[in-house]
Design a binder for this molecule. Structure first.
Ligand SMILES: [Zn+2]
Length: 419
């Protein structure tokens, strides 16, 4: 019908014109699959995912579904993700509270804490439920952020003279290297599947835990001596660098969707070129099938590490007691007699055990029950690596160095002399 006939039929005033504008908000937003997704080449219909709050089950999700079924006979989305509301500590919805006197838009927090921290917060919560929110949360979150950032920084520092592309030999990996590579595989697998299912808090916890415990408290701490004090090109140091390189690469890729700026910044510092955001998520080193075949070897590595960690706890307690009694100043001054109740101490090189426990002077005896006794070591302190070693004082040229450090210094000096 034309406008005149239509107005007459409906009893509307003369001059009324019909329009094609939508008059219902639910139809308007509900046909965005037709009006937006299907018409723009950079988008697609059906969408990968529709995201809205739980109050849209009867709203937008519903009207989108109904219009798409009417038009196409199928849903307009492959999956729906719904989230709860951000509530204040009394459980009141922040977005709808008119009396809430604090700024309530993300922009305020981005300006104050940075976009990465806001995204880190969003990744840390279980958004499927209502989310209690307070400003103080950002203070605590700041600690997590700095821990992750610091981990990236330490890895970058340790990689400053790393020559990538040189194939490290697997035989140069020590137990702790093999263990962290395995942990890294687990981190990759867990984060990939958490991203896949939009469970970002699992990504957050996995990466935070990996940085705080596996890397900072263990791997980086244990390998510090070889990184700083071995010869630059010692196979043990180079092997560790290749592990750290792999770890850094993996962390940057897995962090990129959450810490978009931090990951990019770290990536540029590594000189790896391009943007981290153009790269794909890492894959575990081995396929599932190969991983199955490798399982036995993996189990040996993780069992050995957990045995060593138990003994490390026993030593740590004994050292703490000795420090409180002031018989030693720090762990490197301790002469430790470890009564080991585990086979692991007979299977691992003595040098590796010294390193794993971060000790100067370690004697191992086998016993039924694990225990450690501490006295002050009689060995002198090496001026370079700070370990108390029997070889300190033996050299006439470098009486203040241990034999390892003397060899390294001689080699580095010769190299400098010859160039
Ligand atoms: Zn030394």
């Amino acid at each position: 019908m034309n406008d005149v006939d239509l107005a007459k039929k409906l009893g509307l005033p003369e001059g009324t014109t019909h329009r094609t504008d939508t008059i219902d908000v639910w139809i308007d937003s509900g046909v965005s699959h037709k009006a937006v997704l299907a018409t723009r080449p950079e988008l697609r219909d059906p969408a990968d995912m529709y995201l809205e709050a739980t109050d849209q089950h009867r709203g937008w999700f519903q009207s989108s579904l109904m219009t798409s079924i009417a038009l196409n006979g199928r849903a307009p989305y492959k999956t729906c993700v719904t989230h709860g509301f951000v509530v204040d500590l009394d459980g009141k919805k922040i977005s709808k509270s008119g009396t809430y006197d604090k700024p309530m838009d993300a922009g305020h927090f981005v300006g104050r804490h940075g976009a990465d921290l806001v995204r880190l917060w969003a990744s840390s919560i279980d958004y499927t439920d209502d989310v209690p929110f307070s400003e103080e949360m950002f203070t605590r979150l700041g600690d997590t952020y700095r821990r992750i950032r610091n981990t990236l920084r330490i890895l970058l520092g340790n990689l400053f003279d790393f020559e990538s592309g040189k194939q490290e030999s697997r035989k140069d990996f020590t137990l702790v290297d093999r263990w962290i590579l395995e942990r890294l595989d687990h981190v990759i697998t867990d984060c990939r599947s958490a991203y896949e299912t939009f469970e970002f808090h699992k990504v957050y916890h996995t990466l935070n835990q990996f940085c705080a415990v596996d890397l900072s408290s263990l791997y980086i701490d244990i390998t510090k001596d070889r990184m700083y004090c071995d010869a630059p090109d010692s196979p043990r140091r180079r092997a560790t660098q290749s592990v750290m390189h792999k770890t850094f690469d993996t962390l940057c890729r897995l962090l990129a969707p959450v810490l978009a700026f931090t990951a990019e910044e770290a990536w540029h510092h590594s000189g790896s070129g391009a943007s981290i955001h153009l790269l794909e998520f890492p894959l575990p080193r081995r396929s599932e099938v190969e991983a199955g075949q490798m399982k036995d070897r993996q189990r040996v590595v993780s069992d050995q590490i957990s045995e060593l960690l138990k003994l490390r706890g026993v030593i740590g307690q004994a050292i703490e007691r000795a420090r409180q009694e002031k018989s030693i100043g720090n762990a490197l001054e301790a002469a430790v007699v470890l009564k080991s109740n585990s086979e692991v101490t007979t299977k691992i090189d003595k040098e590796e055990l010294d390193e794993f426990f971060i000790l100067s002077d370690l004697t191992i005896e086998s016993a039924q029950e694990a225990a450690a006794s501490i006295t002050k070591t009689a060995y002198k302190k090496c001026a370079r690596c700070w370990r108390h070693r029997p070889s300190v004082g033996a050299s006439t040229e470098h009486p203040d160095l241990c034999d390892r450090c003397e060899a390294v210094v001689a080699r580095v000096t010769n190299k400098v002399g010859s160039t």
